[in-house]
Design a protein around this ligand. Structure first.
Ligand code: WQD
Length: 339
């Protein structure tokens, strides 16, 4: 069976995608610099799949180290997750983001082409659309000026891929994620926010666990169903499965264009208050929260038009918001018990 290299494979989405690839019979090699995760995630992956991926602790800014991996293994394709992804941090330290996210991508692509590896799946984001003019958002929606250096590195990353596919044998698929949430049902892997969580769901579960005294809702004056912002929350296992479908599309040479883009979401919009109420209901608890001012850079609403992924990629989300919020809470409780 083919060998797939997963960069950032010990991260939240990377770990779930590694499990999904192994379940489909792929051999997986993980490269991770452990800057935003723990080596113990490798044990969680192995416990689920029964197969320990080959692991290299490598920083993609060191091009020579990447070359050694490609010299040692015949790699059929790469899924590239490794990147810094904290929006606020990117505003405070833009050069760190441009250096890390773009140098890593360029190094990786150069080594891939030097070693005749021509297939890459790129972890992109719905942030490239900014506040889209129409909802749901399809792949033809205009790319808006990025709200943050983080979002800009995703836009530039896609441009780097497009230009490289025009000038080489490279074939690329960019998956534009909406909001990944939840955890594997085993609670053996999940989201590991180190420090104060930026994203909603880890903050919700840490508030429910008593780690945070209260959850702040950033704004209740948006033009939405209840005034709070709307997002497309997709179960991370569904997102992982979209990567397996994209890998198959590349390996089976089913692509129409050398560079293709797919929105990966559920197609449903859910407000912050609706998430909180659903979390309380399915987990039989009460959350302590208060409404505060809007967070800078936030958009009102975003949810995906999933038609292209459904018809061309042959993928659709199967897990419900309830499934995801139950799994998120189960994972949080597991984290507490293993402290
Ligand atoms: C969701 C909603 C907040 C925390 C970010 C990145 C995006 C992607 C997904 C990587 C918003 C509200 C949040 C809190 C809150 N990441 N919120 N209180 O901002 O949609 O997207 O994560 O690809 O690139 O930008 O996700 O989870 O931060 O926020 O009210 O404590 O929850 O205002 O409306 P976001 P998020």
């Amino acid at each position: 069976m083919h060998t797939i290299l997963v960069t950032g494979g010990l991260g939240f989405i990377g770990a779930h995608t590694t499990v999904a690839l192994q379940e489909q019979g792929f051999e997986v090699i993980i490269i991770d610099n452990l800057s935003n995760t723990r080596l113990s995630v490798l044990d969680g992956i192995t416990a689920i799949s029964g197969k320990k991926p080959i692991f290299y602790k490598i920083d993609l800014k060191e091009k020579g180290s990447i070359s050694q991996v490609f010299k040692a293994h015949k790699i059929a394709g790469v899924i590239h997750f490794a990147a810094s992804k904290a929006v606020n941090e990117s505003v405070e330290n833009p050069l760190l983001y441009y250096q890390n996210n773009l140098t890593s991508l360029v190094n990786l692509l150069q080594v891939m082409l030097e070693n005749d590896c021509q297939n890459i799946i790129f972890s992109s984001s719905c942030t490239v659309y900014g506040q889209a003019d129409t909802l749901p958002i399809n792949e033809d929606a205009p790319i808006k000026p990025a709200e943050s250096p983080y979002g800009n590195t995703k836009q530039i990353g896609e441009e780097i891929l497009l230009d490289t596919t025009k000038a080489s044998v490279l074939k690329a698929i960019a998956l534009r994620y909406f909001n990944p949430i939840g955890a594997h049902h085993s609670a053996l892997i999940g989201e590991l926010p180190l420090g104060v969580p930026q994203n909603l769901i880890p903050f919700v579960t840490q508030t429910a666990a008593g780690i945070r005294p209260l959850l702040s809702i950033f704004g209740a004056d948006y033009p939405t169903i209840d005034g709070t912002a709307v997002r497309d929350y997709i179960h991370v296992v569904d997102l992982a499965n979209a990567h397996v479908k994209a890998v198959a599309r590349l390996l089976d040479k089913k692509q129409i264009d050398a560079f293709e883009v797919f929105n990966v979401g559920t197609g449903k919009g859910t407000s912050v208050l609706q998430v909180i109420k659903t979390f309380e209901k399915v987990n039989h608890l009460k959350l302590n929260y208060k409404i505060v001012g809007r967070r800078a850079g936030d958009i009102t609403a975003a949810y995906a038009d999933t038609a292209k992924a459904n018809t061309i990629l042959g993928w659709s989300a199967t897990q419900s918001l309830e499934d995801a919020l139950i799994s998120a809470w189960k994972w949080q409780k597991k984290l507490q018990s293993s402290k």
